[in-house]
Design a protein around this ligand. Structure first.
Ligand SMILES: O=P(O)(O)OC[C@H]1O[C@H](O)[C@H](O)[C@@H](O)[C@@H]1O
Length: 464
């Protein structure tokens, strides 16, 4: 049987020395130079000692998650998921990949799923206009429980839910098991509580109750997502260096970054992968973008992730990819076996711009366009790799999630950084807490207020 994922790195390489690609000599040097780091990483995976392998322990939680999803489905027409970042992007990617963008408009036996992942009064107001709170279950997902955007949304919807006569014990909270406010609230409400493994960071948590419950609510078997991840895990952990796709791709991406390819574009050739692209952006950016190395040196590691959609973005950003700065490496993601294809009937036979479509399928046209785009980029000196997905299925998506998680963790080793923290986002949060009057930030408040007014005075305002 065909593999879940196939990776082609041939067009990251060149036949001779080339500043924009990996040369044969550089490629040959991979094993002696990085082999030990990779084999150490493989050993950590095999021993299930990496935070990402905590997902496999979540198999035990699946029966309870299925039961909960079934109950919610029986009682409610809608499920409202409140979360942000790693608490929403994975669920959005699963929904889009397996059900597409019109899930909530289709007729089916499962509840509609609304994922609100922004603090935006206009958006919230629009949602209130279309969601009947008396027929809506709430899932509040926050690893830390202290993320202010999600907390504000929960406070608001909790009140609306109560006003609509909602049963407090049906609210679902998904969070870290620590002794924190969100757990206190869960106990106070006596509601449903699912815990995310303590050492599984939010942006790596899609393969846990964070992704599993919303998936199950919409009828996706989360055990199949996890089974796909397990297949990818086995291949990454057990395949020897010379044939290992993750070793080859991760090492190429790291070396190309060092050679100045500071932007990593994921060019997804399926609208079903649109949300996956956003999940990838958070995972790549927060994990690898680090000021300090593990030994405390200021290195400003990482490359900038960008998600693009084919064929749509051929008509927007492709021009820059091809002729703009030579600072990018591009990964194409394509789907080998589409569940449906559409054959174009004969029309306008006398018009040469239209006649040639007759008998072609949209799927075939899309794959021709993908190949044409990739070839022209490589021809213009832009290194490209391709990930081919066997089909649209939970197993393939689980494998894809896990592959990119492992890719990030391995390249993090080469950068010598911690891929599991995000110190850079804490300062902004602290200012927010202080200015919003959070009690335990009262001492820091005057200093932050002063800094804010100084900052605002520095503005140079011009009229239009
Ligand atoms: O799940 P939460 O704790 O609410 O966190 C939501 C998001 O918050 C922060 O921005 C972190 O940098 C992200 O990594 C995280 O996914």
């Amino acid at each position: 049987m065909q593999e879940l994922l196939n990776i082609d790195i041939g067009h990251l390489l060149s036949r001779q020395d080339h500043a924009d690609f990996i040369s044969p000599a550089e490629f040959e040097n991979f094993a002696p130079r990085y082999g030990q780091a990779f084999e150490e990483f493989q050993a950590v995976l095999r021993d299930k000692k990496s935070p990402i392998t905590l997902s496999f322990g979540e198999e035990a939680a699946i029966p309870r998650i299925k039961e909960l999803a079934r109950e919610l489905g029986e009682k409610y027409d809608n499920v409202l998921l409140l979360g942000i970042g790693g608490s929403a992007l994975g669920a959005r990617a699963v929904l889009q990949f397996l059900h597409g963008p019109f899930y909530n408009l289709e007729q089916h036996s499962h509840p509609r799923l609304f994922i609100l992942d922004n603090l935006d009064p206009v958006l919230v107001n629009k949602a209130v206009g279309v969601i009947d709170m008396a027929r809506t279950a709430i899932i509040y997902t926050s690893k830390s429980g202290s993320t202010p955007e999600t907390a504000a949304q929960f406070i608001y919807f909790y009140n609306r839910y109560k006003e609509a006569g909602g049963r407090l014990e049906d609210i679902v909270i998904i969070c870290d098991p620590g002794d924190n406010g969100i757990n206190h609230i869960a106990r106070q409400l006596n509601c449903r509580l699912l815990h995310i493994p303590r050492d599984l960071p939010g942006r790596y948590s899609v393969l846990s109750s964070v992704g599993f419950l919303p998936a199950e609510v919409t009828g996706t078997d989360s055990a199949r997502l996890l089974a796909g991840a397990a297949t990818a895990h086995q291949s990454i952990a057990d395949t020897p260096l010379q044939q290992n796709a993750l070793f080859a791709l991760g090492t190429c991406l790291y070396e190309l970054a060092v050679k100045g390819k500071s932007i990593h574009v994921l060019f997804n050739y399926s609208s079903m992968l649109y949300e996956f692209g956003l999940w990838f952006v958070q995972l790549w950016a927060e994990s690898l973008g680090k000021r300090l190395s593990l030994d405390g040196k200021e290195i400003h590691a990482g490359t900038t992730p960008l998600a693009s959609l084919g064929a749509t973005d051929q008509h927007s950003i492709l021009q820059l990819f091809k002729e703009g700065p030579a600072d990018k490496v591009l990964g194409f993601v394509t789907i080998e076996n589409q569940p449906v294809d559409i054959t174009l009937p004969e029309a306008f036979p006398g018009e040469k711009e239209y006649a040639y479509f007759t008998g072609h399928t949209m799927g075939r046209q899309l794959s021709i366009e993908q190949l044409a785009t990739e070839m022209t980029l490589v021809g213009a000196g832009k290194p490209c790799y391709r990930v081919t997905l066997r089909e649209i299925s939970p197993e393939v998506l689980g494998a894809l999630f896990y592959f990119y998680e492992a890719l990030v963790v391995y390249t993090g080793r080469l950068w010598n950084i911690n891929p599991f923290d995000q110190p850079g986002v804490e300062e902004g949060k602290n200012i927010t807490y202080a200015l919003m009057g959070r009690q335990d930030y009262s001492q820091k408040r005057p200093a932050y207020q002063e800094a804010v007014s100084r900052y605002q005075k520095e503005g140079v305002r011009l009229k239009v």
